[in-house]
Design a protein around this ligand. Structure first.
Ligand code: NAP
Length: 243
């Protein structure tokens, strides 16, 4: 048995990753912050094809909740083999109109949340001298567009964190990788106005947004033994947008 925690797995990319890892044979911990019904639907789907796991409500931007979360998962399964730091938010606004609460919320979840989870899970993986941590970044971390200063800065921080974490943990058998999606069909991008979407389709060489499964396929590969010599890199999956 192998155990994977996916943060923010009730919807979007996290849900697709949870389902894919369950198909790959992992027992999957589906973390969510508020939407219990959606998280339960993911677990029900996993159980419908013979998979296993649990749902767990925790705000991963809160260190106390993260400590309790990781302790409970470890007590339940006695091991954590994969962590996918995925829960993240965007609060797009132009710099001259930045709102302090939005800046704080983005950094608390997108950056500090990843640090907290990696630290608490890393301590468990360190005991076993094995594990894989995936940090869900964004192409916005290196390909900047107006209106995304806060989000881009958080994802650039994630890219930097992936490299440091690799250098600290990989000597102990723990691989660390990032995944930097471009535009993916989720609630995060659904809210974009149609004319804006058309503009982006033109700018993306593959002329479309990605399906969540296309990101999940990449995560599945990176956590597998097929990727046993890959660590410290953030892999872009953006249809060529940032090429
Ligand atoms: P999404 O559909 O908005 O889903 C967000 C998930 O995060 C939900 O499961 C939500 O749980 C959970 N969540 C929110 N706040 C949380 C918190 N404080 N603690 C724990 N969980 C929390 O997001 P998405 O579009 O799939 O994005 C997932 C990741 O991919 C993010 O890191 C995002 O930056 C990155 N990304 C997305 C895109 C894209 O085009 N969508 C592109 C590049 C990168 P509830 O359901 O309970 O609220």
């Amino acid at each position: 048995m192998k155990v994977a925690i996916v943060t923010g797995a009730s919807r979007g990319i996290g849900k697709a990753v949870a389902l894919r890892l369950a198909h790959d044979g992992y027992t999957v911990v589906i973390n969510y912050s508020s939407n219990e019904a959606k998280a339960q639907e993911v677990l029900d789907e996993i159980k419908s094809f013979g998979g296993d796991g649990m749902i767990y409500k925790a705000d991963v931007s809160n260190l106390d909740e993260v400590k309790t979360f990781v302790r409970d998962v470890y007590n339940a399964y006695k091991q954590i083999d994969v962590l996918v730091n995925n829960a993240g938010i965007a609060r797009d606004e132009y710099v001259l109109m930045l709102n302090k609460d939005n800046i704080d919320r983005c950094f608390d979840l997108n950056v500090k949340g990843y640090f907290y989870m990696a630290q608490q899970v890393g301590l468990k993986m360190f005991r076993k001298k094995s594990g894989v941590i995936i940090n869900m970044s964004s192409v916005s971390g290196s390909y900047n567009i107006p209106g995304q200063a806060t989000y881009s800065a958080t994802k650039a921080a994630v890219n930097s964190f992936t490299k440091t974490l690799c250098k600290e943990l990989s000597p102990s058998g723990i691989r660390v990788c990032g995944v930097a999606p471009g535009f993916i069909k989720t609630e995060m991008t659904e809210i974009l106005p149609e004319d804006k979407k058309e503009e982006y389709y033109k700018a993306i060489p593959l002329h479309r947004f990605a399906e969540v499964n296309e990101v999940a396929n990449l995560v599945s590969f990176l956590v597998s033994d097929e990727a046993s010599y890959i660590s410290g890199i953030t892999v872009t999956i953006d249809g060529g947008l940032s090429a």
